[in-house]
Write a protein that binds this ligand. Structure first.
Ligand SMILES: N[C@@H](CCC(=O)N[C@@H](CS)C(=O)NCC(=O)O)C(=O)O
Length: 206
């Protein structure tokens, strides 16, 4: 069978998919497409993902995009009973947390990161970053409560729900989001980040 192809440099959201591929021990090929005109907007890549965004996968001819959906697909295909729960309810919780991460967390953590760490200093909007951090207080509080029970988001072990949300929150460090009020979420995030598969994916960013 052809190897899974993962498109996108590891400094993009492709990181999430690389982390998942590492968790699952997959034999994959990393095709390190750059962002923008140099890569993601090239016709060859647009044939894979017409949005011109990273990541995308080609799984033996099955092409899909959207990082968190890719992870749900890969986890269900290769990690049923481990990274992907078997019960309908816990499966639904994995979808819930993934959509929650994208809608309640991602935009604000990116706003804080870009305005505190990425944009040139004279282009940074400090007020926007501070507002984004304030807006994150409630959802991170929700996360803190959720992981305080078993240490994980769904059931009592690490699943695709943890990976998807923790990968979004991997930007919280450069965004300088203060986790002091949220010790359980801070502990959960560092346990996720310390997983060998997360480290292997981070190594691809260098
Ligand atoms: N919702 C999409 C967002 C993908 C996305 O915006 N990726 C960024 C990189 S992290 C991108 O491709 N930017 C390239 C560009 O806009 O040129 C996902 O999660 O896959």
């Amino acid at each position: 069978m052809a190897r899974l192809k993962v498109y996108g440099i590891a400094r993009t959201r492709a990181f999430r998919v690389l982390w998942m591929a590492e968790e699952l021990g997959l034999d994959y090929e990393h095709i390190a497409i750059e962002t923008g005109a140099a890569g993601a907007r090239q016709p060859g890549y647009l044939a894979v993902n017409p949005n011109g965004r990273l990541p995308a996968i080609d799984d033996d001819g099955f092409i899909m995009w959207e990082s968190l959906a890719i992870n749900i697909y890969l986890a269900k295909k290769h990690g049923l009973g481990t990274l992907y729960p078997k019960s309908l309810e816990d499966e639904a919780r994995c979808w819930q947390w993934s959509l929650w991460g994208m809608t309640e967390i991602e935009r604000n953590v990116l706003t804080a990161m870009f305005n505190r760490a990425i944009y040139p200093e004279d282009k940074r909007d400090t007020a926007a970053a501070d507002q984004a951090e304030r807006d994150l207080q409630h959802p991170i509080g929700v996360l803190d409560g959720a992981v305080s029970k078993t240490g994980y988001l769904v059931g009592s072990g690490f699943t695709v729900a943890d990976l998807n949300v923790a990968s979004i929150l991997s930007w919280a460090r450069p965004a300088r989001i203060d986790f002091a009020p949220f010790p359980k979420a801070a502990d959960w995030l560092s346990r996720c980040a310390l997983r060998p598969a997360a480290k292997a994916a981070r190594d691809l960013q260098r």
